[in-house]
Write a protein that binds this ligand. Structure first.
Ligand SMILES: Cc1cc2nc3c(=O)[nH]c(=O)nc-3n(C[C@H](O)[C@H](O)[C@H](O)COP(=O)(O)OP(=O)(O)OC[C@H]3O[C@@H](n4cnc5c(N)ncnc54)[C@H](O)[C@@H]3O)c2cc1C
Length: 517
């Protein structure tokens, strides 16, 4: 019978499979020759005290005993089955497609951007020459924002669904099995394009379709119900629609408004990207030599004047990238490759914004008030730049002391930086809270608040500024049967795993809807 044991090891010993086995056996009171196989169930780093430890939970199986198997997707034959239209191939759209195949429905995915292999060239042009393709960029294209995301997979809550099924799917498409047990699993922006391409092959191989350069511009309706979608090229695709278009698809929110689909203004968080030399963060977290340990991370949260101020999407050894979809705007974000070996650590430093915090002039935009605020901030950020994608920047200590920086630091952000006063750029209800929040974090962690770190403006795309309303039971829009708002863009998830789970749940709801008809 299997036995589960917990123990901790020093970082060097934690690298050795033999030492892990002997420590697990010692804890379980068994000899290694009694063991058939070993499964790491959980691994985390405890750096709260001077000595850093790696904590393990390990399951030992007796000789001849089979390991518990993970349940993956089980696909049915679908060539002549009912069709489901999925708008967007981000994590929500791709996992909705996989779930459709398991339900015996034929998924037809419509994606405005390019296939991942062509997406790379557009990203290079964006970084090197500042050319923004409105359909293929860091947010749009095969795999959605998920493809060039950092690939942290921190959602562990099983409330939304089977997290292990999502992680298992990533592993079967090429991710490291370490994501199954690490406390802070990470895919890496170098691995994600290959994983996304493998998911595409799986969808097509099992009878689904993916159409690229197919921007959806409208819905097809019959007696009020949604029975299909139409693309910019005039092609029509029939079936109920899962709308998984991500948080930047302003054009989708606008055509839904024309179709009288109910939407509401949603709170978000905005601020800046903070960049430190990774060495400073390692020193701060590990209090010394980070040998045999991954590049260190941090996470901070506090309240200032009744609003949350927090770090978000921390990327150790990562780079800052332009997450823009339109000319004349700047929005920054962060990502890191699987090795996380870059010289910098970056993280969003953001302030919670509720609709009631917005200046009165935005009230006229109704459900689009937050969207208009975000675009206005992105345009203002561009006005502070030099007319390119160079990001307005200021040293961290200078920002908290409201002083201009005499010089800027080196940065991982390829389009470059422009010396700016970010207290003048950001609205006071963000900048004042951010200053206080950063000072508070500096008082919690020695070395964090420093002039050897830099803030880049503005971080605006943390979640969707609009929610497409849906019924909790049916997961459909109350304005139209057959329309399933899904994922981050619809305002029901944030991050890769929760978006994937929302996609799966929408596909299950769509199956029920078809059976009901
Ligand atoms: C740089 C960066 C780093 C990130 N790092 C992480 C991370 O480490 N961990 C994490 O969990 N999350 C991260 N995220 C967030 C994560 O990527 C998103 O939460 C997730 O991708 C949302 O999934 P989604 O499927 O709902 O939407 P998206 O991934 O945004 O996908 C939406 C898709 O819809 C398509 N689309 C839009 N409009 C149309 C239309 N009209 N017709 C057809 N197709 C359309 C888009 O092209 C896109 O492919 C990061 C995001 C960015 C930008």
């Amino acid at each position: 019978m299997s036995t589960t044991v917990q123990f901790r090891m020093d970082p060097r010993s934690s690298q050795s499979a033999d030492l892990i086995l002997s420590e697990a056996c010692r804890k379980a009171g068994k000899y290694p020759n009694q063991i058939g196989s070993l499964e790491i169930v959980h691994r985390s780093i405890d750096s709260r005290r001077r000595d850093v430890w790696v904590d393990f939970s390990v399951r030992l199986y007796d000789a001849g005993e089979a390991q518990q198997s993970r349940r993956g997707f089980e696909f049915k034959a679908v060539p002549s089955s009912a069709q489901a239209i999925i708008v967007g191939s981000g994590p929500a759209g791709l996992f909705a497609a996989l779930q459709c195949l398991e339900c015996g429905l034929r998924p037809v995915v419509l994606e405005r951007g390019a296939q991942v292999e062509q997406r790379r060239a557009k990203i290079t042009a964006l970084m090197r020459d500042g050319i923004i393709d409105p359909n293929t960029n860091y947010c749009y294209g095969e795999g959605g924002a998920g493809t060039y995301s950092d690939g942290k997979l921190y959602t562990r809550s099983t409330k939304r669904g089977d997290v292990s099924k999502v992680l298992g799917q990533f592993v079967s498409c090429g991710a490291s099995p370490e994501i199954l047990y690490d406390a802070h699993p990470h895919l890496g922006s170098d691995k994600l394009p290959h994983i996304v391409a493998a998911i595409r092959q799986m969808i097509i191989g099992n009878g689904g379709e993916l159409h690229f350069d197919s921007k959806v511009t409208g819905l097809v309706r019959k007696d009020g119900a949604v029975i299909g979608a139409v693309t910019e090229k005039g092609e029509e695709f029939s079936g109920p629609v899962i709308l998984a278009c991500g948080h930047s698809a302003e054009d989708v929110f606008r055509f839904l408004d024309e179709e009288a689909i109910e939407q509401e203004c949603k709170g978000i968080a905005c601020g800046v990207r903070l960049e430190h030399p990774q060495k400073l963060i390692d020193m701060m977290q590990y209090k010394g030599h980070p040998q045999f340990l991954p590049p260190a991370e941090y996470s901070f949260v506090t309240q200032v004047q009744g609003r949350g101020v927090y770090s978000f999407c921390m990327c150790p050894g990562g780079v800052i990238v332009p997450a823009v979809t339109q000319e004349g705007t700047i929005s920054v974000n962060g990502m890191s490759a699987s090795a996380r070996s870059g010289a910098f650590a970056n993280s969003a430093m953001v302030v919670e914004i509720r609709p009631e915090d917005l200046p009165a002039r935005f009230a006229q935009y109704g459900q689009f008030a937050m969207l208009e605020f975000v675009r206005a901030l992105e345009k203002r950020t561009f006005e502070f730049s030099d007319g390119t994608l160079a990001a307005p920047a200021q040293r961290m200590g200078d920002f908290t002391e409201s002083m201009r920086s005499e010089s800027l630091m080196r940065t991982s952000y390829v389009p470059g930086v422009v010396n700016s006063n970010l207290n003048a750029l950001l609205p006071p209800f963000i900048s004042a809270r951010l200053r206080e929040g950063l000072k508070h974090f500096g008082s919690c962690a020695r070395g964090f608040l420093t002039n050897d770190a830099m803030l880049l403006a503005s971080e605006t795309r943390t979640s969707s500024p609009v929610r497409i309303v849906r019924d909790e039971q049916t997961m459909m829009s109350p304005s139209a049967d057959g329309l399933f708002p899904c994922g981050e863009g619809a305002g029901y998830s944030g991050g890769i795993v929760s978006s994937a789970l929302d996609g799966m749940n929408c596909a299950l709801a769509l199956e029920k809807y078809l059976k009901r008809e």
